[in-house]
Write a protein that binds this ligand. Structure first.
Ligand code: S3P
Length: 426
């Protein structure tokens, strides 16, 4: 579907977004693992989280949806049941990688498949470390899906330093570790999102730059009643749009403000963005608050290597902020972007070239020079939800608007994106 965007004159009002995708994935997984009834409120409406639910439904868990409230009947340790067919993780890397850790502890065989994009994404990063814990699993010869996971009676605890800055790899190992009596100890040299640790109540000890994490069976999930804060990665598109559209002021309510996720807000504030955090509080172990954003003149800043894992999902939309800021937008140390739902460095560079920008592409980033031309822009989503929304926002800023093809992929994280944007337009 080709979505058309007209130039927006002003954005005003209040926005309530569905629950954070990363937190919702974990809430669904942990409720499915826990024995008995859990309730998840303000659950993400994303197709990705539906993929997680579908996988656990195939292994005997029950889900009842009433709006954004999900009631889950989970199975308990060792009680998930053999799926009658392959588990389809759709487009979702988080589903695939996190459930692999859980499946490695089961006494039945499973196979995980996914869509064309997921089938190209690297899985060796979980296969190898899970094998070090005695798990029996294999990807295909390219290190991609399908993943086959077999029962193993050799699973053991581990002392392990993560080799990639990835919350998905970290979580996969933790989820296997919580099936074991003996404690595992993980060293995370560069911090990544810590929702798994918070939700499972893991002991963590800060190290010089990173974190030590301890996990054992005593952290195996119990039934819960959880309210998921709004998704900061979905909020990011509206934050940048409100900064860049003249005469705008919006407030996004009850957003997840976990410090491992708020790097975008810090970078935009350093760039001169008028962003205020209001009503900050803790809900269900996670920082939450309202974000008020007003139109601002921005200037580009140097984006440090350390903050990259924190802003990895927000770099596409951050580049739009950088495009309209004083100086040139430049990002480096972000090679991980190449293995997301699309090769995001390539998707961004190719789209920016369509509006006449000089784009310098590096292996681990890119730089943008010049200003977009006034011809009506025709962007592509490359079937990547964050690329689609990024260029939806950019189109809304251009004199003659623009279009984004394959726009339906926004459903992967936020099916209501277009409706929410239009509701804020004055
Ligand atoms: C996620 C972790 C990140 C992020 C993804 C969601 C998670 O991936 O990009 O959208 O929920 O754990 P990596 O951990 O692979 O960097």
């Amino acid at each position: 579907m080709i979505q058309k965007f007209e130039k927006i004159k002003s954005l005003r009002g209040e926005l309530f977004l569905a629950g954070d995708k990363s937190i919702s994935h974990r809430a669904v997984m942990f409720a499915s693992m826990a024995e008995g009834k859990s309730v998840i409120r303000n659950c993400s409406e994303s197709e990705d989280v539906s993929s997680t639910m579908n996988c656990f439904a195939k292994m005997g868990c029950e889900f009842k949806r009433d709006g954004n409230t999900i009631e889950v009947i989970g199975k308990g340790i060792g009680k998930l049941t053999l799926a009658q067919s392959q588990l389809d993780a759709g487009n979702s890397g988080t589903t695939t990688r996190l459930i692999s850790g859980i499946l490695a502890a089961q006494n039945f065989e499973t196979e995980i498949i996914g869509d064309a994009s997921l089938s190209k994404r690297p899985m060796k990063r979980i296969v190898e470390p899970l094998k070090l814990m005695g798990a029996k699993l294999s990807a295909n010869e390219n290190g991609t899906l399908p993943l086959k996971i077999f029962p193993s009676d050799e699973i053991h605890s581990i002392y392990y330093t993560f080799q990639v800055a990835s919350a998905q790899v970290k979580s996969a190992m933790i989820l296997l570790a919580i099936h074991l009596d003996e404690e595992s100890e993980f060293i995370e040299p560069v911090p990544t999102r810590n929702h798994t640790e918070l939700m499972l109540g893991l002991k963590t000890v800060p190290t010089e730059n990173g974190m030590k994490i301890f996990a054992s069976k005593k952290n195996y999930p119990k039934p819960t009643d959880i309210t998921v804060p709004a998704d900061i990665s979905s909020a990011a598109f509206f934050i940048v749009a409100a900064l860049l559209v003249k005469d705008s002021e919006i407030t996004i309510r009850n957003v997840s403000l976990n410090p491992t996720r708020t790097g975008l807000v810090s970078v935009l504030q350093q760039m001169g963005g008028d962003i205020q955090i209001l009503n900050q509080r803790k809900e269900g172990g996670e920082e939450t608050g309202d974000i008020r954003v007003a139109s601002s003149q921005l200037k580009n800043v140097v984006i440090s290597k350390e903050i990259i894992p924190n802003i990895i999902d927000e770099i596409p939309i951050l580049s739009v902020a950088g495009l309209f800021a004083e100086g040139n937008f430049r990002i480096e140390n972000a090679k991980e972007l190449r293995v997301k739902e699309s090769d995001r460095i390539k998707s961004l560079c190719d789209n920016y070239k369509k509006v006449g920008l000089e784009v310098i592409e590096f292996e681990d980033g890119f730089e943008l020079r010049g200003k977009p031309s006034s011809i009506p822009a025709q962007f592509e989503s490359y079937d990547d939800h964050r690329i689609a929304m990024t260029f939806g926002v950019l189109s809304s800023l251009l004199e003659n608007g623009g279009t984004v093809s394959g726009f339906e992929c926004v459903g992967i994280s936020n099916p209501k994106f277009y409706e929410q944007l239009t509701n804020l337009v004055l």
